[in-house]
Design a protein around this ligand. Structure first.
Ligand code: N01
Length: 496
């Protein structure tokens, strides 16, 4: 049996952060600022940015305004637009990491394949077989991470190029190509807007129509940027305004009422701008607006009405060497197929093999779906924290804000560890069960439970999102923890 990690004489716990995306960066900066310096960020890829590094497809932008979708400790005066492109967000994240010196503490191409709780800490194994011991494991692996490849007969036999939107191959020349896009989520609709008119024929295969919220994406002027550069603290103002707007909007997500009705009215009016009644019928969803993630676009309906863009609503039966065959027998001859089919949003840190106390694996603990106490800790997995874990996505609240709030809480626990209040911490099973029961009870009130298929829903058909307001989330994360909800491990007296 290996020795238990001795209590660090310098008060420094050893910490592994898994993932160098938004939440890994937020955690690294929070730890560093609080004086916890013995941490390593393990990143399986070669750069920062997480989903913003992986997604590079044409037309990618963030549907949350950039002056809100950023860290409060790194307000950026340089945003080019209200909704900035994905590449700009990726560069921003990498810049924050480097400016805070995280590159000195990041190991790229170092995927952690296994983590086992052993004695008072975690034994972690990287893909090259190297083993490390740490006191705390922080999983910042995100949830829009593993591409969902649809199980369509014949897809592997397609003779042209097939690529998932999150694995865009920039070596593929689209010039003169007949392109099919499968999927009509935020990604599929952004792709259609970007590719319409760029290729001779674009076919969108739609299984379910989407409600579209029209917004205007405006560019920031040079003057506005220099004002924010000159007075960076000014950035808190648009941040606070957006925060108030999204707080109001989120009321419609978690409670029935006027906001839902208003959004429904807006998206229906937007749909009415589609001239051809038959096309309009095909684009009309049979569920309430916001049940699926609302698509934000002022260009989609224009793009889909172009003569060189076709909307196909008949289901896909199979794919042949040079065509997609739909159930109505139509044959759509194509050169390139783009899978805008989303992600396995329920994998979280898997396929990493995580084993807690008593040899219980994460797969066993999550047999009925991902669950966590306060979105971040699990019984039976001591000293493991998840960033933006199960039920932490707070609707359209930016993940930067969620990760900042959760990492501040983690720092509080580490201070208690340093003060020798415990060596190991995990929530009690009773506390976790109570918390998850409250989540389940709140779920039916949310818009996500009103009858549509989406990646928000878990195995039990209930949404795996935070079912209350963003304010309530922040209150929970900022409140003083009830120690009765936790099981604290102490060192035996002889070790002290
Ligand atoms: O994925 P999705 P996404 N045959 O799961 C269809 C974020 N995001 O990549 O609706 C045919 O929403 C599926 O059909 P259906 C954002 O949070 C953010 O678009 O299940 N079709 C659906 O149309 C977003 O919500 C930005 O019937 C199949 C589509 O594929 C999340 O990422 C930008 C199919 C998948 O839609 C995911 O969005 C982009 C099959 N076998 C993304 N399987 C920002 O702006 C699936 N589909 C921040």
């Amino acid at each position: 049996m290996s020795a238990a990690p001795p209590h660090r004489p310098n008060g420094q716990p050893r910490i592994a952060i898994v993932g160098a995306g938004i939440s890994g960066i937020a955690t690294g900066v929070a730890l560093q600022r609080a004086g916890f310096t013995e941490f390593t960020i393990y990143e399986k890829a070669g750069d920062y940015g997480g989903t913003w590094r992986d997604n590079t497809y044409p037309g990618l932008f963030c549907d949350v305004p950039s002056r809100y979708y950023q860290f409060t400790f790194a307000l950026n005066p340089e945003w080019s637009q209200l909704y900035s492109p994905g590449s700009e967000i990726k560069d921003y994240l990498a810049g924050v990491a480097r400016r805070h010196g995280l590159h000195h503490r990041t190991r790229f191409h170092a995927e952690i394949v296994a983590a086992e709780f052993e004695d008072d800490g975690w034994r972690i194994t990287t893909v090259d077989g190297a083993v490390d011991r740490v006191d705390f494991l922080m999983c910042a692996t995100g949830f829009l991470h593993h591409p969902n490849r649809p199980d369509i007969p014949g897809l592997d036999e397609f003779g042209g190029t097939v690529m998932h939107s999150a694995r865009w191959d920039h070596g593929v020349d689209l010039t003169g190509q007949h392109v099919g896009v499968i999927g009509t989520g935020s990604t599929g609709t952004q792709l259609v807007c970007a590719l319409a008119g760029e290729v001779p024929e674009l076919v969108l295969f739609q299984r379910t129509p989407q409600w579209i919220l029209p917004t205007v994406n405006r560019a920031y002027s040079r003057v506005s940027k220099s004002v924010y550069r000159w007075l960076p603290a000014l950035g808190h103002l648009p941040y606070a305004m957006n925060r108030a707007f999204f707080a109001a909007f989120s009321q419609g997500l978690v409670h029935p009422g006027r906001i839902r009705k208003f959004i429904q009215w807006v998206v229906e009016r937007n749909l009415a701008s589609v001239e051809d009644p038959e096309l309009r019928r095909k684009l009309t969803p049979d569920y309430q607006a916001m049940c699926k993630r609302l698509v934000v676009s002022d260009r989609f309906y224009t793009a889909i009405q172009r003569p060189d863009v076709e909307l196909v609503t008949s289901g896909i039966e199979r794919v042949e060497k040079d065509a997609v065959i739909t159930v109505d027998g139509a044959r759509h001859e194509l050169d390139i197929l783009i899978l805008a089919t989303g992600f396995d949003a329920h994998a979280y840190m898997r396929p990493m093999a995580v084993t807690g106390t008593g040899g219980r694996t994460l797969d066993e603990a999550w047999e009925d779906g991902p669950r966590a106490f306060e979105g971040s800790m699990m019984p039976g997995f001591p000293n493991l924290f998840m960033l933006v874990g199960p039920h932490s996505p707070v609707a359209n609240h930016p993940l930067t804000a969620v990760a900042e709030a959760q990492s501040a809480r983690i720092v509080e626990w580490l201070r208690r560890w340093r003060a020798d209040e415990f060596t190991t911490i995990e929530p009690t099973r009773a506390a976790a069960d109570r918390y998850n029961a409250r989540m389940r009870a709140a779920a039916p009130d949310t818009i996500w439970s009103t009858g549509c298929r989406s990646w928000y829903l878990g195995k039990d058909g209930l949404p795996e999102l935070w079912p209350w307001s963003p304010r309530r989330f922040e209150q929970m994360v900022r409140s003083t923890p009830e120690l009765v909800d936790y099981q604290l491990g102490q060192r035996v007296a002889s070790e002290k």
